[in-house]
Ligand binder design. Structure first.
Ligand code: SAM
Length: 270
């Protein structure tokens, strides 16, 4: 498995700098470099890439054997924490680099629906969960980034709305059966646990996903879990009936550039 060649454009450098503040630990720095490398692999292969495969790349960069061992050790020991820390930094920044308003596709798809139970997968700082709660939905959200989830709870208290939250991952969360009238995955994956998500929707419930189209990765380092190929998402959920599917060029909520996105809304048949 070979990574695509990535053109280092001024745009890419700006993008990486914006997402990688200077004040981060050696483990987080090692992880950021590793992340910039593995995001060059095709989106659906990135989950299978291991730190050990990174060794040959570091050797080609001229690092000594001991420096390479140290990098691999840091990534192995601190990788998951560093990923959560990266999102804590981005999502709780005083100067947010993302759209802090609710996702426009969610607003469009939820409009006119009778509020029920909603689940926000990878909720971040809760911009979408809070909007749903304000519309009368009973919202649960989860995310491994603890500081982002704490900020969501703080904002819920300030707004006077209830939010159930968990600090956990989609791999560990118990989605349940026929439990949710709406499940949202906004820039937070979608191909990891599709059968659990289909089962977790109530009959008549809807799944809403927004992420990047693979075209958006040209010249940008974007984690593969939020990147999809043409027509990929509807095939992940064969038991759902598509309500709307589009791959428009539009302003992304994260990165805030005009790029190709994917927007998917589908319903579990009654
Ligand atoms: C680009 S942010 C999107 C946040 C939010 N959904 C929104 O639209 O504002 C991606 C989020 O996915 C979360 N995430 C990363 N790995 C995850 C996992 N394994 N399970 C659930 N969420 C995860 C990150 O912590 C981060 O909050």
């Amino acid at each position: 498995m070979q990574p695509r060649r990535l053109l280092i454009t001024p745009l890419l450098l700006l993008y990486c700098l914006a997402l990688a503040p200077a004040q981060i630990s050696p483990g987080e720095q090692a992880y950021e470099r590793y992340r910039a490398w593995f995001t060059q692999f095709p989106p659906n292969q990135q989950a299978a890439v291991t730190p050990e495969q990174y060794r040959a790349h570091l050797q080609s960069q001229g690092l000594s054997a001991s420096a390479i061992d140290e990098q691999i050790r840091l990534i192995r020991e601190q990788g998951p924490r560093a990923e959560a820390q990266r999102w804590n930094r981005i999502l709780t920044s005083q100067k947010p680099s993302f759209n802090t308003n609710p996702n426009a596709f969610l607003v469009d798809m939820a409009k006119g629906r009778k509020p029920g139970t909603a689940l926000d997968v990878g909720m971040g700082q809760g911009r979408n969960a809070l909007w749903l709660a304000q519309q009368g939905w009973q919202v649960t959200g989860f995310d491994p980034a603890a500081a982002a989830v704490a900020l969501a709870q703080k904002n819920a208290a300030a707004l006077g709305v209830a939010l159930k939250t968990e600090v956990t991952t989609r791999e560990a969360f118990d989605f349940g059966d026929s439990r949710w009238d709406l499940i949202l995955i906004s820039y937070a994956g979608g191909r990891e646990v599709p059968a659990q998500i289909e089962r977790a929707l109530r009959p008549g419930g809807i799944l809403i996903i927004e992420g990047f189209h693979r075209d958006a990765t040209r010249g940008r380092s974007i984690g593969g879990s939020v990147v999809f190929d043409t027509g990929e998402i509807p095939k992940l959920f064969p038991d759902l009936r598509v309500v709307r599917y589009e791959e428009p060029v539009s302003k992304a909520d994260f990165g805030q550039e005009m790029v190709r996105l994917v927007r998917y809304c589908a319903q579990r048949p009654e």
